[in-house]
Write a protein that binds this ligand. Structure first.
Ligand code: SAH
Length: 234
């Protein structure tokens, strides 16, 4: 009994041990090759960002060994960091060339914001849960991102002060497209947003052409719901 307990604790503590930097780099190379490129992502800037940004910095310590796995991971407060492929896919369809101002709703861990920070000029990101927002803000600052601004608040209203945005990316799911986000999208701008019910959502791509929104459905996805400051679903 005692021995099994010791073995159990030894195994538990192993999962907390940091892998050397070199291993993370090759894990990222494998991630980009097998999860991202193999599924058709080809934008060089997006691939470069996925190779560069250290996803393990954004996951909780007890999930370090899974940092480059092919799926979402819990980040606390009942929220998740998205699957790497979904992050790459949503970034690629925004067709960023490097000059854009981007708004993200749902900062979470800050990982998607960091990827955007690599491929766009300026990123504004909003998180409704203050604990997550403040943690992401601190981490992104420590990592040296000067072009990412994090705000704690309700992203349903957008961020009017810096509007209009060339691109808007929503990483939590409302049942409808928020009016404020439609308004804050620039002419010619692109928005990507998962819309639907708790377990059945479609990733919608919207383009603003002559003031009108042109809609296109893409993947079936499953994001956490968009909530207000009281925790009520939109
Ligand atoms: N982009 C994130 C994934 C975040 S999961 C990453 O890369 O890690 C979705 C996040 O949206 C959660 O952190 C959740 O708290 C947040 N969220 C939900 N409703 C929101 C709202 N109305 N405004 C801003 N953030 C919201």
């Amino acid at each position: 009994m005692k021995l099994t307990k010791i073995i159990f604790f030894l195994l538990m503590s192993l999962s907390f041990i940091d892998l050397p930097g070199q291993d993370y780099k090759s894990l990222r190379e494998q991630m980009v090759k097998k999860q991202i490129k193999a599924r058709g992502i080809s934008d060089a800037k997006v691939l470069e960002a996925m190779q560069k940004v250290e996803r393990h910095q954004f996951v909780p310590r007890n999930y370090l060994s899974k940092a480059y796995d092919d799926g979402p991971l819990p980040i606390g407060e009942g929220q998740t960091i998205s699957q790497p492929y979904i992050v790459a896919y949503m970034t690629e369809i925004l067709k960023l060339s490097g000059d854009e101002k981007v708004l993200e709703i749902g900062t979470g861990s800050g990982y998607q914001a960091a990827i955007l920070g690599e491929v766009a000029k300026q990123v504004y990101t909003i998180e409704v849960i203050d604990k997550l927002g403040n943690k992401a803000k601190k981490l992104l600052k420590e990592l040296g991102y000067k072009n990412i601004e994090v705000k704690v608040g309700d992203g349903y209203q957008g961020w009017k002060e810096h509007a209009p945005y060339d691109a808007i990316i929503v990483t939590c799911s409302p049942t409808h497209i928020p009016e404020a986000l439609k308004e804050q999208l620039a002419e010619g701008g692109i928005m990507v947003i998962p819309v639907g019910q708790r377990f059945a959502q479609q990733l919608i791509l919207l383009t603003k052409k002559s003031g009108k929104l042109v809609k296109k459905q893409t993947l079936a996805v499953r994001f956490v719901p968009m909530i207000d400051e009281e925790g009520k679903n939109y």
